[in-house]
Design a protein around this ligand. Structure first.
Ligand SMILES: [Zn+2]
Length: 197
């Protein structure tokens, strides 16, 4: 009884901490791959300093308003496209003497020419190059370990399969006709960036 009274007194005074069960080992934070794709592309656009003129080559639309180079409903394309649209709407920086709205020097002449090519396949190849490079760079920046890299690659492959299934969906006739047997550059670029192939 006396002992109990002392414990209660110490607890009240805050000198003794009631014992709490130790926490289980922390689960690694869940990766939101959708926003990771978004960030990879925004970072890439700023790092490369892609001009609006060049970006508009990628963001071209068909007559009905469909984006030419993105697969409707694709879980990779959606976030690549949104990143580009958001970058396109960026305001200019107001803190510097030089009037500018991005960081890098712009895309190389070769890439700009490929994006302006009249052949869709050539333009898609250029977009593939960009998405692959930007994904790879994002993953490097995050200093992912081997297991995390494998998880990313696995997820990008899963998304790519979904995206390609959307392309194969003949119910979306406009899309199926436009793409023919071409494959999605954002999906395959993300896989290439994540797997290092
Ligand atoms: Zn896609």
């Amino acid at each position: 009884m006396k002992h109990q009274a002392i414990v209660v007194l110490l607890l009240t005074l805050g000198w003794l901490q009631p014992s709490v069960p130790s926490k289980p080992a922390q689960e690694p934070a869940k990766v939101n791959y959708s926003t990771e794709i978004f960030h990879a592309v925004v970072e890439g656009l700023y790092d490369d300093g892609v001009s609006n003129k060049t970006l508009d080559l990628i963001l071209r639309k068909e007559e009905g308003g469909m984006y030419t180079h993105f697969v409707r409903g694709c879980p990779t394309c959606t976030y690549v496209l949104e990143a580009m649209r958001h970058y396109r709407a960026r305001p200019p920086f107001v803190s510097f003497k030089m009037a500018t709205d991005t960081w890098g020097p712009g895309l190389s002449k070769g890439l700009r020419e490929r994006l302006a090519n009249k052949e869709m396949k050539v333009r898609l190849d250029a977009l593939h190059t960009l998405v692959s490079r930007w994904m790879d760079k994002r993953m490097d920046r995050l200093r992912l370990n081997k297991t995390e890299r494998a998880d990313w690659a696995h997820e990008m492959e899963r998304r790519s399969k979904k995206g390609m299934a959307m392309l194969g969906n003949k119910q979306d006739r406009a899309q199926a006709e436009l793409w023919g047997d071409l494959s999605c550059p954002s999906c395959e670029g993300a896989v290439a960036g994540a797997t290092g192939n």
